[in-house]
Design a protein around this ligand. Sequence first.
Ligand SMILES: C[S@@+](CC[C@H](N)C(=O)[O-])C[C@H]1O[C@@H](n2cnc3c(N)ncnc32)[C@H](O)[C@@H]1O
Length: 258
Amino acid sequence: MLINQQEQKSVDLSERHGEWEEEVRRHREIWDRKPILRRIYGRWYRAIRDAALPGRTLEVGGGGGNLKEHWPEILSSDVVYAPWLNFQADCLSLPFADHTFDNVVGVDILHHLFNPDLALREIARVVRPGGRAVFFEPYVSWFSGIVRGRFHHEKQDLSRDVIYGPDKKPEEANLAIPTRLFVRHREEFERRFPMLKIKQIKRTDILAYPLSRGFSGPNLLPGPMLTAIDALEPLLSPLTPWFGFKMLVVLEVLDASR
Ligand SMILES: C[S@@+](CC[C@H](N)C(=O)[O-])C[C@H]1O[C@@H](n2cnc3c(N)ncnc32)[C@H](O)[C@@H]1O
């Protein structure tokens, strides 16, 4: 579903900033006391870095600043202010000239945007032709759909790729947005975004990540088991389309003026 972009741009998000600031602070605290998260996210960060091109890289929705800890050269931003980030910026309206960056990257951001369509266009605008947009996002598989449906607080609605509540205000999140955009409705994505070519979609994470409970709950995986599971996980990769919880999405920016 596409919503008129002018209408979406005019939505006042300032009332949400307090909630997001609180969320960013909460994530940073959990990050500091949960080493398993740092290990799992470290794997994702390496995948993002490997998929990006050398050169100027902007992170959107940088939150707790974890990616920047792994990759200090990036310019990290978020819609809310945080002292560990380079600047505050809304990715629906980025304060940069066309073709400024070689890459824009983001972790768990697209499924929080009430207008991912506009964000993708904005990202395509600030990346030079030939550059990349790289995201690590939730993936809704058969199995992860059931597990998250029972144990995770954020909703997953595969019927919508925008976040709007019944009162026409942006809602918290929809975990299903990236799966809808890039997997379930890939042909529609290709029609809507001729300037973005899907170079890679890699579904990941069957065991360690869900057992760690991410930022949502206490870790269920004792440290020594993590090493064994880490070794097992690559062998399970053929099963990720049905069992995976996350995905790496690599887009190439063709020509933002198309
Ligand atoms: C789930 S958090 C992810 C944070 C971080 N990337 C991580 O992996 O820990 C989503 C982040 O998106 C940010 N965000 C929400 N809407 C945004 C927007 N329009 N532009 C930029 N950032 C936004 C929130 O403030 C929050 O920090």
